[in-house]
Design a protein around this ligand. Structure first.
Ligand code: IMP
Ligand code: MG
Length: 191
C-alpha cells in the first residue's frame, strides 16, 4: 500500500495531470449503465464484448451498472492499433479474436476510447460479417472526435475529450499507467 501510494503521488507530480477523478468516473458510469439498461433490459441473451486491454476496467464497472431481465454473456477480444507510443500505427492488429458462436445475438461492444475510429470500425464490420447480429451497439469510455479518420459514432460515450493523450482507468502509455483509478493527461513525453 505504501508503494502504491508513493507511486500514484510520484506519477501525479511528475507527468500525469488528473482530468476525471475516480468518483467522477463512477458517477458517469452509473448514468451510462442506466442508458444501456434502457435499451437492453428486455433483449434475449445479450452479449457484451470488451476490447482488451484498455476496456477491461470500464467494462467491469459498466456491466455492474446494467440491469437486464436476462443475464449478460461477457466476452473479450484483443485488438491493437498503437505501436507503443502516442501515435496509431494506422493498422488494426488482432492478437486475440476468438469468440464463441454469437450469431444473431444482441451485441454491445465496449471500447476504452474512439480515436481515429479504425479499431471500432474494423470490429463492427468483423462482427457483422461473422455473426449477423440482431443488434450491434458501441459503448466507449472516451471519445476524441477531433481525431477521427473513419466515421464511427458510439451509442454511449462516457466523456468526450479534447485531443490530449489520456492515461489511467485502463488506458496506457507504452503499457504503463493502466492501473490508475482516475483518468489523467500525460503532460510530457517521458514515460
Ligand atoms: P483508434 O483505432 O485510432 O480509434 O484507436 C483506438 C485505440 O488507440 C484505443 O483502444 C487505445 O488503445 C488507443 N488510444 C487512442 N487514443 C489514446 C489515448 O489518448 N491514450 C491511450 N490510448 C489511446
Ligand atoms: Mg493502448
Amino acid at each position: 500500500m505504501a508503494y502504491r501510494a508513493a507511486l500514484l503521488k510520484e506519477k501525479i507530480l511528475s507527468r500525469i495531470k488528473e482530468v476525471f477523478s475516480a468518483a467522477q468516473i463512477q458517477k458517469r458510469i452509473a448514468e451510462m449503465g442506466a442508458q444501456v439498461t434502457a435499451d437492453f433490459r428486455d433483449l434475449e441473451s445479450p452479449v457484451v464484448i470488451g476490447v482488451m486491454k484498455g476496456a477491461v476496467f470500464f467494462l467491469a464497472d459498466l456491466v455492474r451498472n446494467i440491469e437486464c431481465r436476462n443475464p449478460l454473456q461477457i466476452e473479450f477480444v484483443r485488438l491493437s492499433s498503437y505501436g507503443g507510443g502516442k501515435e496509431s500505427s494506422g493498422e488494426v492488429h488482432t492478437p486475440y479474436l476468438e469468440l464463441p458462436n454469437i450469431r444473431h445475438r444482441h451485441i454491445l461492444i465496449v471500447e476504452d476510447i474512439i480515436d481515429s475510429g479504425r479499431t471500432a470500425r474494423f470490429f463492427k464490420e468483423y462482427l457483422k460479417d461473422q455473426f449477423d447480429p440482431a443488434s450491434l451497439r458501441l459503448a466507449a469510455f472516451l471519445d476524441k472526435p477531433s481525431r477521427r479518420v473513419v466515421p464511427v459514432v458510439a451509442d454511449y460515450v462516457g466523456f468526450t475529450i479534447e485531443d490530449f493523450f489520456a492515461v489511467g482507468y485502463g488506458l496506457d502509455y507504452a503499457e504503463k499507467y493502466r492501473e490508475l483509478p482516475y483518468l489523467g493527461e500525460m503532460v510530457d513525453g517521458e514515460g
